[in-house]
Design a protein around this ligand. Structure first.
Ligand code: NI
Ligand code: MN
Length: 225
């Protein structure tokens, strides 16, 4: 599997020659101005929760690509009602498409659409394919529920928010990486807005001080899982 960082909470996962795009928030992000949403690949669009900074480019990309939207029931039905393809999940449930196993797991956060309508309960995803698994935490606090994940799945890369303020910060993300038993972390949800600006060198030092790796990718760059 390949995981590409597209800024803020957005990553794309390439597995089994398919592309899963998670939480697209690209066109309003000045840090991602070199990423063109009109050429991004997407066979599936996974949405962790309904906040604006996770869905803003869903309509444009889904319309162009015909990608299937996978999220919680309320978010999926919101898009199905707009004539997009969708497959609803709810917490603890999983689906399999193209030999890619996608499970919707718990997160502690909120999930309203930009107009204030109900976006279900927020979640994260565990994506398993090609013998590897990636945990996409979504926006979340650190939570004991994370300990359930490695009871079932060996996580090879954990994509964790580290920007603090709206989600866990670096210190809590280190605890989260203990809980999911994965010492290889890709940081996200930082630097996009002033309240979530971080000191990247200090963040990496904190992780390496616990014998963990914090990967901070330039937007558009990838890691192999
Ligand atoms: Ni959020
Ligand atoms: Mn967010």
């Amino acid at each position: 599997m390949n995981v590409t960082y597209l800024g803020h909470g957005c990553v794309s996962v390439q597995a089994n020659n398919k592309t899963l795009l998670i939480d697209p928030f690209i066109s309003p992000n000045p840090l991602a101005s070199h990423i063109d949403i009109n050429v991004l690949a997407a066979d599936y669009i996974l949405i962790t929760h309904a906040h604006q900074d996770h869905i803003v480019d869903v309509d444009a990309i889904a319309k162009r690509t015909g990608a299937m939207i996978i999220s919680n029931y309320e978010i999926t039905m919101h898009y199905v009602g707009k004539e997009f393809n969708g497959h609803p999940l709810n917490h603890g449930g999983a689906c399999v498409f193209d030999d890619i196993h996608i499970k919707y797991v718990n997160a502690i956060h909120t999930s309203s659409f930009p107009d204030g309508s109900y976006g279900g309960q927020p979640g994260g995803f565990v994506i398993s394919a090609e013998g590897k698994s990636v945990y996409i935490a979504g926006d979340t606090a650190v939570t004991f529920d994370m300990k359930l994940i490695p009871m079932q799945t060996n996580i090879d890369l954990a994509v964790l928010p580290i920007g603090d303020n709206f989600t866990m910060g670096v210190d809590d993300a280190i605890i989260a990486s203990d809980f999911v038993e994965c010492d290889r972390v890709l940081g996200c949800h930082y630097d996009t807005f002033p309240p979530i600006a971080i000191d990247k060198r200090e963040a990496k030092q904190k992780f390496s001080g616990k014998n963990k790796e914090l990967i901070l990718l330039d937007i558009g760059k990838s890691v192999v899982v």
